[in-house]
Structures are given as structure tokens and as C-alpha cells.
Design a protein around this ligand. Structure first.
Ligand code: UDX
Length: 435
């Protein structure tokens, strides 16, 4: 099939490269000339494990190309995906800015020739697919097309395997013809018996928000349980295991942490609440998840302060991890960047290390000291705080870290280490939801 991907951001580029790997001829289109030039020269604008190799391979094999011109790649495509950004609107309050979506729809419209399926891949409020359909029909009344909502469930850092082996594929459309085209797009997934959920447009749009809101709720729940565990002397890791083995609950997404971050959960929970409010419905469970997440970050500030004897002035914090999760350089809504600044404001100094996210962080937080290794971060530090569970932080030489430090406090916000192991290395241990 000929497929066009409009937007070469995170979702567009991963989806485009993976569809090329499925055997389709894919053109990734973006108005950003510099980005496209760089992609043509093998430059990958984001860090995502395996993406550089996948792009290079499919370009070499002639299945993946790049363009800045819709006239080049929309005519003759059987499916045109819209994967442009939907940033939070400057209006705030969970509104999404859909300018790029509608601009893309208008541009696509004038280049449509034969029957084409226009696929909404970006996460958009309920009702957007119908609006896209209206925009295209108005811009080109003769266009022969259908609109499909096909939300993505890619996790940063694991996006390629999530695409190649998804739990499910959701296809929202009221057209059988479009359904058949989408089956061809995802043909290799039928071989591995991937479940497909065919629904109407609105259901598909809402599924994406509901899935992310539910996962956010699960995280906020376990974070509250961690606080309760600390008070009653229970261990949240055992608790998560004990409840997670119940198949109705499931063991995934029950890891307490400094709060969820990233580009999806914070934005999508607010967007869901906005959609609910606009429709006169209150979704209190999700409201609570959002509030708990803000409180969790504030609680982490307090936890670190308490561990420093409630006096952070002049103290040095070694911070391990800046990205909101491992295997990404993404700093959006990253908890350490909400937790460290209030401590710096009170006079703490911060020495940070992250395997991927330091370059971007330097631009935003020039006052932190950036170092090349977790051990260097510990030099002269009073306290070490593990924020992100990168694999390279899972087997640190704790004794070596301790030997470089002035103080001896270890705050493990991801429960990576067994408390005894840390204590045996000479540290005072503070985990989440455990003694
Ligand atoms: C998420 C969804 O998982 C994905 O399906 C959707 O398409 C986009 O949003 P992503 O934001 O990349 O993906 O990361 P994810 O692995 O889901 O983690 C999100 C946040 O939750 C991170 O800050 C992570 O640290 C936190 N988290 C996750 C926890 O604190 N505990 C957990 O048990 C799981």
C-alpha cells in the first residue's frame, strides 16, 4: 500500500517507520523543512531505542521516504495518517489546540484524488474526527474519502515493540470500506492474532483518553497506598504483588513513584475532564487521580526535606534521572523538574546525571550542575535521590557512591534497591511505602 504520514513528531515517525517495516511504501511528510532535510540525511530528532536502525533500514530498502510537500505524497495514497501535534491550548484547563489538525485536513483535502482513508492518529477530543470530515468535505466537495479514528498506545522507550506487538488495535469508523483498508494497513498483526476493536468514531476517540486516565488512576492509587504503607509499617512492594496477582487487578502499573509525568497522562487526564465537563458529566475518579499526582510531587519535596533534617540550605543533592521515565530523553512534566526547583529555591545545590536528557535539561535549568556519571553526581553530596529507574542505576556500586559523599542519605523514589542492600553500604534508606 501507499501510505502518507502527516507529521514527523514522535508518533508520526514511529508509526511511519513501523508501517514501512510492515512492507508498505510510506512517505513521512512535515512542513518543517529542516527536520525533513535532517531525516533525509539520517538524523533522528528524538531518542527512541531502535528507531534510528528501523528508519535507516527502510529508507535503504526504498519503503520509507520524506517530503515537505503534500502534492508529492497525498495523491495516490490509500491511507493518509494525521499525526501532527495537539499541544495543550494556551487557554489551559485541558483544552487541546487543534489548529494543526484542521490545517492538515484542509491541505490533504485539496490533494485527494482516488478513494482515500484519512486516519486521525493524534490524540484528539471526542468529535474531532467528524470535524475533520467536515473540513475536508468543505475544502473539496468532490473528495471520495472516509475518516477513521485510530488512536495510538505507544509508550516512549518501548514504542517500536508496542507497535509491532500491540495488546489491541482500535479502529473507529462507520464505513466498511474504510475498515477493509485499515485491515490491510495492519495486515501483519492478524498473523500474530492481535485483537482488533472496531467501533464508531466517538468510541475510538474516547477509548484513548479512558485508557490513559485509568492507568493514571492506577498509579495514583498505588502512590496513596505507599503513603498508607509508610504510616502502618507495611511494604507497598509486597502489597502491589499481593493485589496484582488477582487477574481482575493485574500487576502492571502498580509501581509507586514520584508521580506520573510525560506527554500523555498529565495532558490526557485533563483533556478527559474537560470533555466530561463540557458534556455535563463529572468524572470524580479521574479528578482525584490528577489531584493525587500533584500532591505526590509535593510529598516528595517534603520527603527529601525531612531526610535533610528540614534544612536544605547549603546542602547538595545528587539527583539520578531527569527524564520522566527510562529510555527516553523526554522532560515533559517530568517529576524531578517539579521536585528539585523548590529545594533549590530554599538554598540546595543540585548535581544531576541522566543518560539521555541532560542536553535539553541544561537549556531549561542552567543552575543545576551536570555531570557525566552517577558517581560524579555523588561527589560531596549530602543526599542522593534516585528519580528515574534507568537500567544503569539498577546495579550501582553503592559503597563507591557512599565513599564520595559528605552525607549518607539515600532516597529511592522508584524502590529500585532492597533497603538492606542500601543500609549495608552505610546509607540511611528512604524508599516509597516501605521502611
Ligand atoms: C503512556 C501510555 O502507557 C501509552 O499507552 C500512551 O500511548 C501514552 O502514554 P508513556 O507516557 O510513554 O505512555 O509512559 P508510561 O510507561 O505509561 O509511563 C507514564 C508515567 O507513569 C511515567 O512517569 C512513569 O514513571 C509513571 N508510572 C508508570 C509509575 O509511576 N508507575 C507505574 O507503575 C507505571
Amino acid at each position: 500500500m501507499n501510505i502518507t504520514m502527516i507529521g514527523t513528531g514522535y508518533v508520526g515517525l514511529v508509526t511511519g517507520a513501523c508501517l514501512a517495516e510492515f512492507g508498505h511504501r510510506v512517505t513521512c511528510m512535515d512542513l518543517d523543512v529542516e527536520k525533513i532535510e535532517s531525516l533525509k540525511n539520517g538524523g533522528i530528532p528524538i531518542y527512541e531505542p531502535g528507531l534510528d536502525v528501523l528508519v535507516a533500514k527502510n529508507v535503504k530498502d526504498g519503503r520509507l521516504q520524506f517530503s515537505t510537500d503534500m502534492a508529492d505524497c497525498v495523491p495516490g495514497a490509500q491511507a493518509v495518517f494525521i499525526a501532527v501535534g495537539t499541544p495543550s491550548s494556551r487557554r489551559g484547563g485541558g483544552y487541546a489546540d487543534l489548529t494543526y489538525i484542521y490545517a492538515a485536513a484542509k491541505d490533504i483535502a485539496v490533494h485527494l484524488t482516488d478513494y482515500t482513508v484519512v486516519v486521525d492518529k493524534s490524540t484528539v477530543p471526542v468529535g474531532t474526527a467528524r470535524q475533520v470530515r467536515r473540513v475536508i468535505s468543505e475544502a473539496n466537495p468532490d473528495a471520495d474519502f472516509d475518516v477513521v479514528s485510530n488512536p495510538e498506545f505507544l509508550r516512549e522507550g518501548a514504542a517500536i515493540s508496542d507497535f509491532m506487538r500491540p495488546d489491541r488495535v482500535v479502529v473507529g469508523t462507520d464505513s466498511e470500506k474504510a475498515q477493509e483498508v485499515m485491515k490491510k494497513v495492519y495486515d501483519p498483526l492478524f498473523l500474530i492474532s492481535t485483537p482488533f476493536v472496531f467501533t464508531g468514531l466517538e468510541s475510538a476517540e474516547l477509548i484513548k483518553y479512558a485508557a490513559n486516565a485509568f492507568l493514571a488512576m492506577k498509579i495514583s492509587f498505588i502512590n496513596e497506598m505507599a503513603t498508607l504503607c509508610e504510616e502502618v509499617g507495611a511494604d507497598v512492594v509486597d502489597l502491589a504483588k499481593g493485589i496484582g496477582l488477582d487477574g481482575r487487578i493485574g500487576s502492571k502499573f502498580l509501581h509507586p513513584g514520584p508521580g506520573y509525568g510525560g506527554s500523555c497522562f498529565p495532558k490526557d487526564t485533563l483533556a478527559l475532564l474537560r470533555i466530561a465537563q463540557e458534556n455535563g458529566v463529572s468524572v470524580r475518579s479521574v479528578e482525584a487521580a490528577v489531584e493525587i499526582n500533584a500532591a505526590q510531587k509535593a510529598r516528595m519535596v517534603k520527603k527529601i526535606r525531612d531526610a535533610l533534617g528540614r534544612n536544605e540550605a547549603g546542602k547538595t543533592i545528587a539527583a539520578l534521572g531527569l527524564a520522566f521515565k527510562p529510555e527516553t530523553d523526554d522532560l515533559r512534566e517530568s517529576p524531578p523538574l517539579a521536585i528539585l526547583p523548590p529545594l533549590v529555591e530554599k538554598g540546595a545545590k543540585v548535581r544531576v546525571h541522566d543518560p539521555q536528557a541532560m542536553e535539553e535539561c541544561k537549556k531549561q535549568y542552567p543552575d543545576f550542575t551536570y555531570v557525566d556519571s552517577p558517581y560524579e553526581a555523588c561527589e560531596g553530596a549530602d543526599i542522593v535521590v534516585l528519580f528515574t529507574e534507568w537500567n544503569q542505576y539498577r546495579a550501582l556500586d553503592l559503597a563507591e557512591m557512599k565513599s564520595k559523599m559528605k552525607g549518607s542519605v539515600f532516597v529511592d523514589l522508584r524502590n529500585v534497591y532492597a533497603p538492606k542492600q542500601v543500609i549495608d553500604a552505610g546509607f540511611e534508606y528512604h524508599g516509597l511505602g516501605r521502611m
